[in-house]
Design a binder for this molecule. Sequence first.
Ligand code: ZN
Length: 89
Amino acid sequence: MFSKIFTTIKKLFHKHDFKITEYSNIIQYDDMGYPLRLFIERCDCGECKQSWIDITESAVRKTDAVCKWYKSINKPVTPASQLASISGD
Ligand SMILES: [Zn+2]
C-alpha cells in the first residue's frame, strides 16, 4: 500500500524528460516556409509523444514525404466513424 502511495506521489512530481527516439520521413513547412520533421520523443517513465521539430533545409531528404493540411474535411477522411457519411459519394 505504501509503495502505491509512493508511486502516486512520484508520478505527481515527475517531470517528463523527453528525448527523441525515432524520426519519420514526414516533414511539413511552417507558414514562413521553414521545414519541420515529425519525431517521436520518449521519457524513461514510458510516456511518449509525437512532435514537429524545426530542422535545417539541408536536413530535408529527397525521400521525405511532405505532409499537407486541409481545412475542409470532405475527403480523404479515414476515421472509421466517418466512413459511413462519405461512402455515398
Ligand atoms: Zn516521464
